[in-house]
Ligand binder design. Structure first.
Ligand code: CAA
Length: 389
């Protein structure tokens, strides 16, 4: 028999600010229901001047290290598509902030919103090789689209950190999964841009096709039947996307796809994403956090995961919730991370959106704004200097 491997602990962090979609609706001159119902979003997290993917990653990962220590963490995989350096892994900036061990490999992974799942699967493989090792997987992103573009209401930011180990307390991964990759130009970000380029309609169609293909591969590899799952955690660029993709998948397999059945499969996964917005690599795992924090007892129940990264790679995988998982959740901290955000006015939002990082190598102090545990203090000599608050 093989050792069970999966998610032993999961912790989430988001930014200091939240922008309400009612503010954006007024600015766009549209009915707020276009956002609340049409795309299924109420608010979006927005980074303060002294926050980035490193500060939110540190805030997500620290509670895990506080609870479990760093012994036998020999790999740290940081997934992001909004990285701060083209060469150095963002995970290395975490070393002094949260006390990562020196006896670990630290690597950044990139494939749009998919790479957190790559991290989880690579972690599972490393642990299968040596079950005494543990892997810290961190998915961290700030989603940014052009002002006044259709993508703007689908911005957001969050980090999810997961401790992956043998005999996990929360979720045991199934040993099979379904894959689909294809070259599609639906969403991308050239090196010279801070905002993503997106073909919205193409991206929605590409997501749905990739989901169906990954599902087909999952079944070929011996995966479970669609009717077995207690819930489906989809990548959520906006929460309505999960509903759309699930209806599409169920109908393609001639399963019941009435509104009540779709809602029962998806609803509990959407509470956090609805108010945080797109967190790219973290989104599907924020969906898992929402599900675990809101659903009735899931012990022993199988869950489905659909991870999609534009460009594109999709993976359909599954796992079983462990008995006693509830004692290991961080429900209160998760809710506090969301409810403690400061409401952001439109003018400051616009200033933050338009601010450019300095490129001259001189000393630049960062405006002190965030109330979160870590901040970007300065950019100086082309170096980003972080501090604990
Ligand atoms: N009340 C209720 N619903 C309303 C409404 C109202 N008053 N007004 C409009 N709606 C509905 C529309 O009917 C539509 O519903 P359907 O999708 O069911 O048809 C929905 O609101 C959205 O309206 P539009 O189609 O007019 O939306 P849009 O042109 O503003 O663009 C979008 C939507 C394409 C998703 C855009 O937000 C976008 O480009 N987002 C970024 C790309 C993205 O998130 N793609 C997702 C797949 S790719 C991926 O998943 C990777 C990733 O993370 C980026």
């Amino acid at each position: 028999t093989t050792t069970p491997v999966g998610i032993h602990d999961l912790s989430f962090a988001t930014t200091h600010y939240a922008l309400d979609h009612a503010v954006l609706a007024e600015r766009f001159g549209v009915d707020p229901d276009k956002f609340h119902l049409g795309i299924g979003q109420d608010k979006m997290s927005v980074a303060a001047a002294d926050e980035d993917i490193v500060t939110i990653a540190a805030a997500a990962a620290k509670p895990i290290l506080d609870r479990h220590g760093v012994d036998n963490i020999r790999t740290v995989l940081l997934a992001t598509e909004s990285g701060v350096d083209q060469s150095k892994s963002a995970g290395l900036y975490l070393h002094p902030l949260i006390g990562l061990p020196n006896t670990a490999r630290v690597v950044e992974l990139k494939q749009a919103c998919y790479s957190g799942t790559a991290g989880l699967q690579f972690a599972a493989a490393l642990i299968a090789r040596d079950p005494s090792e543990r892997v810290l997987v961190i998915a961290t992103d700030i989603a940014k689209y052009e002002l006044d573009s259709p993508g703007e209401p689908t911005q957001g930011a969050a980090a999810v950190a997961m401790l992956v180990s043998a005999n996990p307390a929360i979720l045991q991964l199934d040993p099979y999964s379904g894959l689909y990759s294809a070259d599609v130009m639906d969403f991308w970000r050239p090196n010279y841009r801070t905002e993503a380029v997106v073909d919205g309609k193409t991206s929605v169609n590409a997501y749905q096709k990739a989901t169906q293909e990954a599902w087909t591969d999952y079944r070929r590899r011996g995966g479970r039947d669609l009717t077995e799952f207690a819930a489906f955690c989809y990548h959520q660029p906006f929460t309505k996307m999960a509903y759309k993709a699930h209806r599409h998948l169920m109908e393609s397999q001639s399963h019941t796809a009435d509104a009540a059945a779709i809602d029962a499969a998806i609803r509990d996964t959407t509470f956090y994403n609805r108010t945080v917005g797109n967190s790219y690599t973290a989104s599907v795992y924020l969906g898992l956090a929402s599900l675990l924090d809101h659903a009735d007892d899931l012990a022993g129940r199988p869950l489905a995961f659909i991870s999609y990264g534009s460009g594109s790679v999709a993976e359909f995988f599954s796992g079983t919730v462990r008995p006693g998982y509830r004692e290991h959740l961080r429900t209160e901290a998760n809710r506090a991370a969301i409810s403690s955000r400061e409401p952001l006015g439109y003018d400051r939002y616009r200033e933050l959106h338009e601010a450019q990082a300095p490129t001259d190598g001189m000393y630049h102090a960062t405006r002190a704004e965030t109330s979160r545990p870590f901040r970007l203090a300065e950019i100086s000599g082309h170096k980003r200097i972080y501090e604990a608050r």
